[in-house]
Ligand binder design. Sequence first.
Ligand SMILES: *Cc1c(COP(=O)(O)O)cnc(C)c1O
Length: 423
Amino acid sequence: MTDIFETLESEVRSYCRSWPAVFERAHGSSLTSEDGRTYLDFFSGAGALNYGHNNPALLQPLLEYLASGAVVHSLDMKTPAKRKFLQTFQDVILKPRNLDYKVMFPGPTGTNSVEAALKLARKATGRQHILSFTNAFHGMTLGSLSVTGNSMKRQGAGIPLTNSSKIPYDDYFDGETADFLWLERVLEDSGSGVDKPAAVIVETVQGEGGLNAARAEWLRGLSDLCTRYEILLIVDDVQAGCGRTGTFFSFEEAGITPDIVCLSKSISGYGLPLALTLFRPELDIWSPGEHNGTFRGHNPAFVTGTAALETYWRDGAFQKQVGARIVQLHEGLGRIAASVEGAKVRGRGLLAGVIFPDAESAGKIAAEAYEHGLLVETSGPESEVIKLMPALTISAEDLDRGLDILTEATRAATEARELAGAL
Ligand SMILES: *Cc1c(COP(=O)(O)O)cnc(C)c1O
């Protein structure tokens, strides 16, 4: 029954290769395939399902909205659903965090948000160059690719990716070289040949790039440097935002205030496409329609997005519960890492995993986990990292169950390797 996927769908398909099941139904942290097998989902739509699948608190208002005859598609026209989303975002997210941002709807995906951020940074500063980090991932359209690290994805562009340079992310040199030495030096040296950039774009945790988590003091250092040299700081919170690291924005712990913030993946809360680009009001120099698009804020996504903010972020209870899951996850990961020589825990919050010393282990563990009903992906330049992204709403029991499967999968995969090594 899977033939049409292989005969008609392009070779570009990817996740369905690691997980060949045909997924039919979903609820919370579980997915059920056509043949009736249930899988525990530690992938969460790459971070688009922070509140789990078909969350009833979001589904109910969505069903009511759709049944009521309300407007579904409206480009960027005014609707009550959009008003309510903007008002809730301001009251529940921005105001309590003392954040003064304008909200732009750039088109429904993460890469749309990044493209808008880069465009605005260039327009606002009159400079072209953008700095981004080693192992960064910012999306697949040309502007986003130009600030992405992965060489396979970059080559896919088919044209030179220009007007950007890569600088070392936190701990790129294993702590032996101060990471800002180069950047600070070339910015102050008029003979360095490095053009002053419009912006620096950074992920506080590199989700696709191998779960490198920047230290809070490193982020503060970066923010200070940007302020001193009047360079705009863009935080790409597409994956690490919406609670993934334990706070709504991933940069809250560091206490920095980026000039521009990109949000997507879980901002609709339900897996419906929605993206925001946030920026300081002074940067709002767009002309009307200068950046445009057909799907810039879809009303069903506003409805579920509003419900997610109301249900989970109005008070601190949810954040506290997520904090407990974070401790639980990191304890489990610590035990798994300790069982394999050279393995280490990576990441922050519920965006965490284990890096293995050889590139094959992570892939084998993910495949073994799938056989035992757990969906986990790999990340990093050599896919050498097992990456766990359970729903933030996962129960303590399901989290333990997934960690048990992963522990077994790790044992099976590494024993097989040792056996092969002994032969
Ligand atoms: C997923 C992701 C993007 C791209 O989002 P799309 O919706 O796939 O375009 C950009 N930045 C980060 C950090 C991401 O994780």
